[in-house]
Design a protein around this ligand. Structure first.
Ligand SMILES: Cc1ncc(COP(=O)(O)O)c(C=O)c1O
Length: 223
């Protein structure tokens, strides 16, 4: 696997990609069997109109569901991380609309997180490493709470122990906005946008509080 993860030689140097692209090329670059499988698939189907399915869609969906903790999981295939998060936002809002609560459209997320480069996903991050100054108003209805990371934590500065204030802040944000107006909360277990940190898991365990505040859907942005 190490060999496969190397990129092509450049100016005589051999480069070992420790990041595996953006953590998604662990299988390595230029794998012939994958290129061949894509070629074979494209000979059979080159376009799949919306609402239709194909042999490949079905096979991949069955495989993904078989790997998921819930084997009855449904699969909605999209083209990448930004679209996955956009879709998750839409699903959360649609869910509430179908439940006859269309007033639940707000989303609480972590300030400085990265969820993609479309307008809605930039709004989820709300500033941090890449502050979206230049794009005018982003998606309205987004509210931010602080990150659950020890590094430069505003709550735990100078303290040895985590106060879990970052978890309480999520609940406070939901209550401040009105629980009946909040559709979802979204978060990441690991962040690269704020210096490759992993979250305090205790903060995640505290999260069901947003269910207590009747927000119903807690999205996990695992794209
Ligand atoms: C957590 C997270 N969400 C969303 C995205 C966006 O994915 P994409 O570039 O496929 O749109 C990324 C990309 O790095 C990401 O790390």
């Amino acid at each position: 696997m190490l060999r496969a993860a190397r990129t092509a030689p450049s100016r005589g140097n051999r480069i070992f990609d420790l990041m595996s692209g953006m953590w998604l090329k662990a299988i390595g670059y230029g794998r012939e069997e994958i290129a061949r499988a894509v070629f074979e698939a494209m000979k059979k189907i080159t376009f799949n109109p919306w609402g239709m399915t194909s042999e490949y869609t079905i096979r991949l969906s069955v495989k993904l569901a078989s790997l998921a903790p819930d084997k009855q999981s449904r699969v909605f295939l999209v083209s990448g991380g930004s679209e996955a998060n956009e879709t998750a936002l839409k699903m959360a809002k649609k869910y509430h609309a179908i439940r006859k609560e269309p007033g639940r459209y707000k989303v609480v997320s972590r300030r400085g997180s990265y969820h993609g480069n479309t307008h809605a996903t930039m709004a989820l991050g709300g500033g941090g490493v890449a502050i979206p100054w230049d794009y005018g108003p982003l998606q309205p209805g987004n509210f931010h709470s602080p990150q659950p990371f020890k590094f430069r934590c505003a709550f735990c500065k100078g303290r040895n122990e985590c106060s879990l204030e970052c978890a309480d802040e999520v609940e406070r944000a939901i209550i401040a906005e009105g629980p009946h107006t909040v559709a979802a909360f979204t978060d990441c277990f690991a962040q690269s946008s704020s210096s490759a940190t992993s979250a305090r898991m205790s903060a995640f365990r505290k999260k069901p509080r947003c269910e207590r505040s009747s927000t119903q859907s807690c999205l996990s942005a695992a794209s």
